[in-house]
Design a protein around this ligand. Structure first.
Ligand code: URA
Length: 220
């Protein structure tokens, strides 16, 4: 499958010369929890680091932790995580063999009564948190990164991209790491119409099957 280079990515080089380069996932977890690179740490319960095997071949990148993830300190354990788990299973990708993380490590929200409503991270927050994503990439060195939605794709590619124009295609970042862009699973949760939801879910699984084929050489 042809690989289209998309990146002006800053590779796995540290973005900030003065910050230490972290070498293990446990040290990274500690470092992320001490992060003050943007103001999001102030209201979040904790940072939510990526999770999975140190040498996972596939890295899945979401947007930012949600309410459940913020409380648990683990990525994709809430409603969007359940959709992701089902889609990965349907695509033949064991989640346990993937490294799951987010473009932004702290939950950004707006209080509404007792609820905390998700707020999209802005360009500054995405750019500041890109440092941590690069540290994760440097440690895990995945063969393939799957960007789940526009925020992840923006962080990885370094510019705003249109998901519908790039999705499902084997792309590559400047470092040679493969990149596959698809939708964010929470997009499915927002769909009201059953038929639309079913079709969008099938397309999501199709994209993930391409990822499976690229990395595990499993038939789609
Ligand atoms: N949405 C994300 O992008 N990441 C999570 O961890 C949970 C929901």
């Amino acid at each position: 499958m042809a690989k289209r280079a998309v990146a002006s990515d800053s590779a796995v080089a540290p973005v900030d010369d003065k910050a230490p380069v972290v070498r293990s996932l446990s040290a990274l977890r500690t470092a992320e929890n001490g992060c003050r690179r943007c103001p999001l740490y102030r209201n979040a319960t904790q940072a939510v680091p990526g999770e999975g095997p140190r040498r996972a071949k596939v890295m899945l990148v979401g947007e930012q932790p949600g309410d459940k993830e913020d409380l648990a300190g683990k990525p994709f354990v809430g409603p969007a995580g359940r959709v992701l788990d089902q889609a990965l299973a349907d695509a033949g990708i064991p989640r346990s063999e993937t490294f799951v993380t987010n473009a932004v490590k702290h939950f950004k929200f707006e209080p509404r009564g007792k609820r905390r409503l998700h707020k999209k991270p802005n360009a500054y927050e995405i750019e500041r948190c890109h440092w941590w994503l690069e540290q994760e990439r440097a440690i895990v060195q995945p063969e393939l990164i799957v960007a789940l939605g526009a925020t992840a794709a923006r962080s990885l590619i370094g510019r705003v991209v249109t998901i519908t124009k790039l999705r499902g295609e084997a792309l590559s970042l400047e470092t040679g790491t493969r990149l596959l862009v698809t939708i964010h699973p929470s997009a499915l949760l927002r769909m009201q119409e059953e038929a639309e939801k079913r079709a969008a879910y099938a397309a999501f699984v199709r994209d993930l099957k391409i990822a499976a084929k690229l990395v595990f050489k499993r038939a789609a």
